[in-house]
Write a protein that binds this ligand. Structure first.
Ligand code: SAH
Ligand code: DHB
Ligand code: MG
Length: 229
């Protein structure tokens, strides 16, 4: 039997704390659980936001009174469901996804949740779709959630600024990566992308921001940003 190291014990308690919060604050909802089950069965990676982070996204959107939301990175539509629920029936959520299999599964999940009527899925590489949105003078969004490929995060931030208005929120998932961002990442393109994103975010003249840690098995982070007036 492997003797648990202090690191193992800490991970264990992080998970227990996360589950404790979830038991109290995130009531079990059939369509949300079924969405995760179907995504897993279809072989999608389990890289969706946690239930607690989903509730946090929902609350931030509610507090901001967001009606128009842009999501970059749909996967099986789990975070999409939280955000779509927050914007109400009059809201509109545009989500960008490159993988057709993800889109198929997400559409089923959103339909089952009765949320598809307020969601618009756009298929393609996010950078191309975002450029098209800027060129086409897309109506600005009240909230942007960045959660696709990590090396593109700095570029996504530029587009998010161009597609929002003063007072909008820009959120980004996975900005701590178990603390790897605190180290010099020699070859890890993912970590390097996030490090560059965090630096850019911290000094951006049009933005005020902070990173909060989110935990599950490990520690990750959510960047919370307000576009200045
Ligand atoms: N927001 C989801 C998780 C997204 S995982 C949730 O929490 O439930 C990241 C997603 O981004 C994957 O589905 C992946 O296919 C998509 N993706 C990766 N690179 C992309 C790109 N260049 N353009 C659009 N989507 C991309
Ligand atoms: C990865 C992507 C995510 O959006 C996430 O929440 C966790 C992991 C990844 O690409 O490894
Ligand atoms: Mg993520």
């Amino acid at each position: 039997m492997k003797i648990p190291t202090p690191a193992d014990e800490q991970r264990h308690s992080l998970l227990e704390i996360d589950q404790y919060i979830e038991r109290l604050f995130v009531p079990r909802d059939f369509v949300f659980l079924q969405a995760l089950r179907d995504a897993a069965e279809a072989g999608l990676p389990k890289i969706n936001v946690s239930a607690n982070e989903g509730k946090l996204l929902y609350l931030l959107a509610r507090i901001a009174g967001a009606r128009r939301v842009l999501e970059i990175g749909l996967l099986g539509g789990y975070s999409t469901m939280w955000l779509a629920q927050a914007i109400g029936p009059q809201g509109h959520l545009v989500t960008l996804e490159v993988d057709e299999k993800c889109i198929r599964i997400a559409r089923k999940n959103l339909e089952r949740a009765g949320l598809m009527s307020r969601v618009e899925i756009r298929h393609g590489d996010a950078q191309i779709l975002l450029k098209r949105m800027v060129d086409g003078e897309e109506q600005p969004f009240d909230l942007v959630f960045i959660d696709a490929d990590k090396p593109s995060y700095p570029v996504y931030l530029d587009y998010a600024v161009r597609l929002t208005h003063p007072g909008s929120l820009i959120l980004a998932d996975n900005v701590i990566r178990d603390g790897k961002v605190t180290q010099i990442a020699e070859n890890d393109k993912l970590v390097q992308g996030i490090q560059e994103f965090n630096k850019k975010l911290a000094v951006h003249p049009k933005l005020e921001a902070i990173v909060v840690t989110v935990t599950r098995e490990g520690i990750d982070g959510l960047a919370i940003t307000r576009v200045k007036d």
